[in-house]
Design a protein around this ligand. Structure first.
Ligand SMILES: [Zn+2]
Length: 301
């Protein structure tokens, strides 16, 4: 009886495998003459959310953009599966930010280029002091988008006019976001923002704020007990009203600090990735940046 059951499940597994291989094989041979195309559409891979969002806004429906980072996954410690890595080779363009964010991407860049995949290290020369969070400064984010736009035009010149129009609209949005931040934050009394991890350094510098991070450049770099005690003292002495936490990392430390320092908590989203709920609510970089500004105003008023 047991042997029968084993045999049955073995056959079932084989059948499922066969089906996967069969459908995979069919998909692969769909358009053998044009790698990186799905039908007529060019395929672009991005490593994590902000790059995906900007690329999508530039290419619209003229290319397929696939984000490798799954929804709801914090980007700092994310690495793709071997199967995902294999899929990048089927694309025409691969966009990553650069170290210390998607370190794995740099390692396969050379091999991808050898196989004819165009690559873009979008953050090259923009990332300072090992801090990858350039997309949170609207003007650096605009530069990222400009580089993406140029890379897209280089692989698909036929649609240049369409991409150009989209990029110009996007440029306006960054400019208006920058204006809103500048105006709103010029009038606030407080300057210190206590953030969950050190994601807002570029934003703080752009708008004259002072970031006090609980964790380091990634949420995994947690403070020691001694550092927590110092943070509590610092928050009390500065009269901090709100401690910021994030949607994709644990709020525990922020909550502890808030409780001990007699402060409230608010979300300040580093937009490294979206949660399923944020995705379903139709949020994007710009709507979250607007929410972030509202939270900053509330905390600093
Ligand atoms: Zn981060």
């Amino acid at each position: 009886m047991k042997t029968w059951r084993k045999l049955c499940s073995a056959v079932l597994v084989l059948l499922i495998f066969g089906l996967i291989l069969f459908t995979g094989g069919c998909r692969g041979s769909e358009n053998p003459s044009a790698p990186g195309s799905t039908g007529d559409l060019i395929k672009i891979y991005t490593t994590f959310y902000p790059l995906y969002d900007f690329t999508k806004k530039i290419v619209g429906d003229r290319a397929m953009v696939e984000n490798l980072q799954p929804v709801g996954v914090e980007p700092h410690d994310y690495e793709p599966s071997p199967r995902q890595v294999a899929s990048i080779y089927t694309g025409k363009l691969f966009i990553f930010l650069g170290e210390p964010m998607d370190t794995w991407a740099k390692k396969i860049e050379g091999q991808l280029q050898e196989k004819g995949v165009v690559t873009l290290e979008a953050g090259q020369g923009l990332i300072e002091n090992n801090d990858p969070h350039i997309w949170l400064d609207p003007l650096l984010a605009r530069e990222l988008a400009r580089r993406i736009y140029e890379a897209v035009v280089a692989i698909d010149g036929d649609n240049k006019g369409y991409y150009e129009k989209n990029f110009h609209e996007l440029e306006q949005k960054f400019a208006s976001l920058d204006r809103q931040y500048r105006e709103a934050l010029a009038g606030v009394t407080g300057k210190d923002i206590v953030t969950s991890h050190a994601a807002f350094g570029y934003l703080a510098r752009r708008y004259g704020l002072n970031q006090i991070p609980i964790s380091g450049l990634s949420p995994q770099q947690e403070p020691s007990a001694q550092q927590m005690v110092e943070l509590i003292t610092l928050c009390r002495s500065k009269g901090i009203k709100y401690i910021f936490f994030e949607t994709l990392a644990s709020p525990k430390l922020a909550e502890t600090l808030a409780r001990e320092a007699g402060a409230g908590t608010l979300v300040l989203n580093p937009i490294g990735g979206l949660t399923r709920e944020e995705m379903e609510a139709g949020k994007d970089y710009f709507s979250i940046m607007a929410e972030n500004l509202a939270a900053l105003k509330k905390a600093l008023e």
